[in-house]
Write a protein that binds this ligand. Structure first.
Ligand SMILES: [Zn+2]
Length: 367
């Protein structure tokens, strides 16, 4: 009898344990609900009605963006915190967003800062220090940048002279180019360190232009770098080419913002080519991507090219060979590749590949 009773008690104990186990959320279930490994970084330049539309968002539209982020439960985090979480593998709040501005224009101080400060939202401004040192018109001053720092902003490195860093000067040897470019970036960092309380060691490529050799310099300087190719970022993202979604008039509607905020990074491996700088007069470039299995419909991968029909895609196992239907021409081009989520409507996995091409005579385009 006693044996049978003990056995019943043990059974009931086991049942209780089983129930507890079934009813208690597991740690990873909690973290899956509350955290994600991804973030979307928004990139603005001017917040103004009077600056070029291609690099501007109106103050009213900017306000609408901030309203939207708050209303939809997005969590705006300091850029440094996002980068650290991605680097360490720690989770981020679900729906994590970073707000960045490039160049340090005056309208960030007069229009964006008060709106961000009122809501207590953090943000980062990437500045080119020569524009501040030489007090260019329409740029913030060091006093304004210090004030901005004390009111929730952080300042980071956008180079000294806002140069096209991938370009070589006439007859410039590789070693001389490396020294010149390192000097531009380090001089800017030195000025930020001298003028500000807590500048970041984060870099944004001027014009969003980078290639493999520039990435080596960024790695040597122990910097993390952002481009201007679109897309979200995550643990899979390369720290020398972190994507941001550029915000500009015509591409800044709330529906467009919502679509971008819902994206996830597509974890591609670029197999070829090594360089994203195309020869003068190049035909449409061929991009080879390994696209591993994931929570997306790989068979529905599309790669969009501005001003053209979508690129042609040929599959060989998990490797996609992507090629635009026409040459990209001089300037910066992109293949924006997306694959729909296999379970969440309206969610796209996204990878944007940057191309850079000189003019047909081999000279560089002016900006
Ligand atoms: Zn810039």
């Amino acid at each position: 009898m006693r044996g049978a009773e003990t056995s019943r008690r043990i059974d009931s104990f086991r049942l209780t344990l089983l129930l507890c186990w079934l009813l208690t959320p597991l740690p990873w279930q909690n973290s899956a609900a509350a955290e994600s490994a991804d973030a979307v970084i928004l990139l603005y330049h001017h917040v103004s009605n009077t600056t070029p539309p291609s690099t501007s968002v109106s103050p009213d539209r900017f306000e609408e963006h901030l309203d939207f982020l708050e209303r939809q439960g997005y969590v705006v985090l300091p850029l440094q915190e996002i980068v650290e979480a991605l680097t360490s593998g720690a989770g981020l709040a679900a729906k994590a967003v970073g707000i960045t501005f490039d160049d340090g224009y005056e309208s960030i101080y007069t229009e964006a800062l008060p709106r961000l400060e009122r809501r207590g939202l953090p943000f980062t401004v990437f500045v080119s220090t020569q524009a501040i040192d030489d007090t260019y018109a329409n740029f913030m001053t060091w006093d304004e940048l210090r004030d901005l720092e004390s009111r929730g902003g952080t300042i980071a490195n956008h180079g000294r002279a806002h140069a096209h860093l991938i370009r070589r000067e006439a007859g410039e040897a590789a070693g001389d180019w490396r020294r010149r470019v390192s000097d531009d970036i380090l001089t800017a960092q030195g000025r930020l360190d001298a003028e500000l309380d807590r500048p970041l060691r984060l870099f944004a490529y001027p014009y969003g232009e980078f290639d493999a050799s520039l990435e080596v310099i960024i790695a040597d300087l122990d910097l993390i770098a952002f481009g201007q190719q679109s897309g979200p970022i995550g643990a899979v993202s390369d720290r020398r080419q972190l994507a941001r979604f550029p915000m500009a008039t015509g591409f800044d509607s709330l529906s467009s913002l919502a679509e971008k905020l819902r994206t996830r990074p597509l974890p591609v491996e670029v197999i070829a080519p090594v360089s994203r700088v195309l020869p003068a007069g190049a035909d449409a470039p061929v991009l080879e991507l390994r696209v591993p299995d994931g929570a997306y419909r790989r068979d529905a991968l599309r790669c969009y090219v501005a001003g053209q029909e979508p690129a042609l895609i040929r599959w060989n196992g998990d490797v996609a060979t992507v090629r635009a239907q026409r040459p990209l021409g001089p300037g910066r081009g992109k293949y924006n590749c997306t694959a729909p989520s296999d379970s969440e409507r309206g969610v796209y996995y996204w990878y944007s590949h940057l191309w850079i091409q000189p003019r047909d005579d081999g000279s560089w385009y002016a900006e």
